[in-house]
Design a protein around this ligand. Structure first.
Ligand code: HEC
Length: 195
């Protein structure tokens, strides 16, 4: 039973990898493969949480306000990230630093670094709180994302974050990334006389 479960989970992960950009994910019938069993949609759903961050495809339904986010934050995040996300015993500040990437003293925060606001949702949704990842509801993740964006001065106190509004938040560093065009980053396969 255990190995069947592992195989079906692996099959699910492969299906996610194969269909990452498609919105509907149908199990592929493979009568030639004589092991495992098709994974049920409900079993696949918890794994299928990726968000396409530039346009928010994959963001779930739900909503959250800045005030709700403050409540979530104080209950579940302050212990590591500190009061008002200004830094705590486990991690430095998640507020400010905007524009600092153009100076010699970069301060990396979601506000100063992330090019797209849905990255914040995706990160928190899959990884936080670090000691209990994936324990938050979608509403809680929207709310706490709103709170952190608000602390960074990027959305007003009255803002409500959901799958539409989050995508529209203008992140200050959106155009701060450059394509690395050095030849050795192009991943061109070399088969003979390679360096
Ligand atoms: C047990 C400690 C702990 C708790 C609780 C916790 N975090 Fe974190 N968090 C971390 C650590 C450690 C990192 C850095 C992880 C890394 O860099 O790999 C982090 C990173 C982050 C980041 C990325 C910051 C950046 O600069 O890119 C965000 C956003 C975040 N946490 C949000 C939250 C939220 C929201 C909560 C509450 C729901 C939370 N965290 C609860 C430990 C914690």
């Amino acid at each position: 039973m255990r190995s069947l479960k592992v195989v079906s989970i692996l099959t699910g992960l492969l299906a996610i990898a194969a269909c990452a950009t498609q919105e509907t994910q149908q199990p592929v019938a493979r009568p030639d493969v004589k092991f495992g069993k098709p994974i049920a949609a409900a079993d696949l759903a918890p794994w299928n949480i990726d968000v396409r961050t530039p346009d928010g495809v994959g963001l779930p339904a739900g909503r959250g306000t800045v005030a709700e986010g403050k409540t979530v934050y104080e209950a579940k995040c302050t212990v590591c990230h500190g009061v008002d996300a200004k830094g705590g015993p486990v991690y430095g500040t998640m507020v400010g630093g905007i524009g600092s990437f153009k100076t010699n003293t970069r301060v990396l925060t979601p506000g100063s670094m992330y090019p797209y606001a849905p990255i914040l949702f995706d990160y928190i949704n899959r990884a936080m709180p670090m000691d209990k990842p994936q324990s938050l509801s979608a509403n809680e993740v929207y709310a706490v994302s709103a709170y952190i964006l608000n602390l960074n001065g990027l959305i007003p106190d009255s803002a409500v974050m959901d799958q539409n509004s989050l995508v529209k938040v203008q992140m200050p560093n959106r155009d701060g990334f450059i394509i690395d065009d050095r030849p050795d980053t192009q991943a061109v396969r070399c088969m003979t006389n390679c360096k």
